[in-house]
Design a protein around this ligand. Sequence first.
Ligand code: ADP
Ligand code: MG
Length: 249
Amino acid sequence: MGILEVKDVGKRFGGLQALGDVNLSVQENSCHAIIGPNGAGKSTLLNCLIGKLIPDTGSVLFDGQSVLGRTPYEICQMGISRVFQTPEIFGDLSVLENMMIPIFAKRDGAFELNAFSSVFAQRDVLEQAEHMLAEMNLADKRHMHAAAMSRGDKRRLEIAMCLSQNPRLLLLDEPTAGMARADTNNTIDLLKQIKDERDITIAIIEHDMHVVFSLADRITVLAQGRPLVEDTPDKIKGHPKVREAYLGE
Ligand code: ADP
Ligand code: MG
């Protein structure tokens, strides 16, 4: 059984069956890519995994527990963290301030409205944020406005913000969309490093085949809301159905 088990998931938007009978099993500590043409249902599927959408049918189990009906906050607490298509950082804040936000949020329960404790909390959060930025090679940019960073570094910061939650599963929706090649390669290296050095499972939706084939252990191809085929990158590359549906050959 995988760390993430998607069974018979269906989602309809009015007359459109965006997802139908999606089955997917993501193995722990692997990188599983979901590819498919525009409108295939990839983002809808991801939104069903993180509580942004509730599927009409089927089940989603993370580590044996159902995520359906839980809020995005609860799902994050369970160990699922996600990176969206467009970077979600606060451009007016510094890199360091951005990094402090999820760390504050995570310890929210322990917050006390008392001057002493909040100063100590702040120091502790600051230390953790500095530490994470150093690990992510962003230390020298910590006082920069986040908006002024390159796309690749914005992505790096966003991924660092996710990692501060200690997720077991990191979900990424087209993390290299709109990036120049150098930033894309930078993001590939970062994800490889995360895969090798941390106990994290990665599920990635990606359009760029260079990214997919650099990272994925398994690939699921979605077409018109349904899984067309699931296999290793080598098998997917030569699969006639995939070439036809996805590569347009
Ligand atoms: P992908 O991420 O693979 O490009 P999406 O999951 O975004 O595809 O979309 C799948 C289909 O569902 C598309 O036809 C899209 O227009 C439709 N869709 C997505 N979200 C909504 C929504 N909130 N309301 C209505 N239709 C939607
Ligand atoms: Mg999408």
